[in-house]
Ligand binder design. Structure first.
Ligand SMILES: C[S@@+](CC[C@H](N)C(=O)[O-])C[C@H]1O[C@@H](n2cnc3c(N)ncnc32)[C@H](O)[C@@H]1O
Length: 360
């Protein structure tokens, strides 16, 4: 662990923060660093722990307007793929008691006004009451509910690293995902959901802003037991699930659902017919998932509007092939975006929409 620690500034910290703090899934730190080396080789890795990595941003980049005024540019997070959230770190706070840390936070913020406070844990399993911290920070006079300018929605982040260590930083929360504390998807899995895939798909839809149209036809490869298909039929879509395994009766008996009880490769190409969307969630190597997609997408003249593929990274080194997967999507005529979801496992979600249709 590198001991280089972001220093707080006393004057205008928002302009001066040279540190990007990224929250990621536990275990994804090395994959995140790999992405950083490819996309932002001049960033220097600084402090890191499981679920949290900071980078020092060189001054020629940090002085650019998009960094000065808008926190962390959206494309930075997109390119890092494994970043659930990115904030500009103002420094770390330590102290024996919570009140000491609150006072230090106040001092660090100086006269800076923020619009909202997000308190989130580096490790969701930490047994710490974030509501109490949230309440105390919100009571500081640095907090105000109006927007500072019409453009900025400055959100103070208090990242609870451990019992006595916090990181304080900010981001501009002008997007829907910018409102999610810690970048964690706030949606919950309903009690009737068949599997966790229900929530993963729900997050993918929200995170990527996917708009299905009522009545569209969707095919999911790797559909059993059926949480994702259930989420789709609830959205008024007509769904075919391809999987040699048995579907849960709750979805199997749904009138908008059809089960093709076979492996993806055993479905004739022409049977993929006129699907509007292809989803994949097979527990196979990502290269095999991409080969299944290639078989469908390179052979047909009618192409679906979009693809939502879960690529299982049984070995995180698979992440090094990510740009290749994106290039395949481009070659098929799609605009790819990739993110690790906060509700998923060791996997990434690749969403590719037809170039002519990529904004729905
Ligand atoms: C993670 S589960 C899918 C979860 C599912 N999407 C849901 O919503 O509940 C992975 C599934 O992939 C299926 N699978 C593995 N290889 C497959 C293949 N070649 N073709 C179709 N399904 C496959 C497995 O049978 C298994 O049911």
């Amino acid at each position: 662990m590198n001991a280089q620690i972001p220093q707080a500034s006393t004057s205008t910290p928002l302009q001066q923060s040279e540190f990007l703090l990224v929250g990621c899934r536990h275990g994804s730190e090395s994959a995140l660093e790999h992405r950083q080396r490819l996309a932002f080789p001049s960033f220097q890795k600084s402090y890191w722990r499981k679920g949290l990595v900071t980078f020092r941003i060189p001054s020629h980049i940090v002085s650019k307007p998009e960094w000065c005024h808008f926190g962390v540019p959206d494309d930075v997070l997109e390119q890092l793929v494994f970043a659930r959230i990115g904030i500009r770190s103002l420094g770390q706070i330590t102290g024996q008691t919570e009140d000491e840390r609150i006072a230090a936070t106040h001092q660090l913020l100086g006269s800076v006004k923020v619009n909202a406070v997000h308190v989130w844990k580096r490790d969701p399993r930490l047994q710490i009451d974030t509501d109490s911290i949230q309440h105390k920070i919100t009571a500081l006079d640095s907090f105000q509910e109006e927007l500072i300018t019409s453009k900025q929605n400055l959100i103070l982040n208090c990242v609870v690293d451990s019992v006595d260590r916090w990181w304080i930083g900010w981001h501009v929360g002008n997007t829907q995902t910018g409102q999610w504390s810690g970048g964690y998807y706030p949606g919950e899995m309903p009690a009737h959901a068949i599997s966790r895939a229900w929530l993963k798909l729900d997050e993918a839809i929200a995170r990527f802003g996917i708009q299905f149209h009522s009545g569209e036809r969707v095919c999911e490869l790797g559909a059993a037991p059926g949480g994702a298909c259930q989420r789709l039929v609830e959205g008024q879509l007509r769904v075919v699930g391809v999987d040699p395994a048995t579907m849960h009766p709750q979805i199997a008996e749904h009138e908008q659902f059809t089960h093709w009880k076979k492996r993806a490769r055993d479905v004739r190409i022409r049977d993929f017919g006129d699907f509007d969307w292809i989803l994949t969630d097979m527990n196979i190597a990502p290269a095999s998932t991409m080969a299944s997609l290639e078989r469908i997408l390179s052979a047909r003249s009618h192409k679906p509007r979009g693809i939502i593929a879960t690529l299982k990274l049984s070995n995180l080194s698979h992440a090094e092939e990510l740009d290749q997967w994106c290039s395949s999507c481009v070659a098929w005529g799609y605009h790819p975006r990739v993110q690790q979801l906060s509700t998923g496992g060791q996997e990434i979600c690749l969403v590719a929409q037809k170039k002519s249709d990529s904004r729905n």
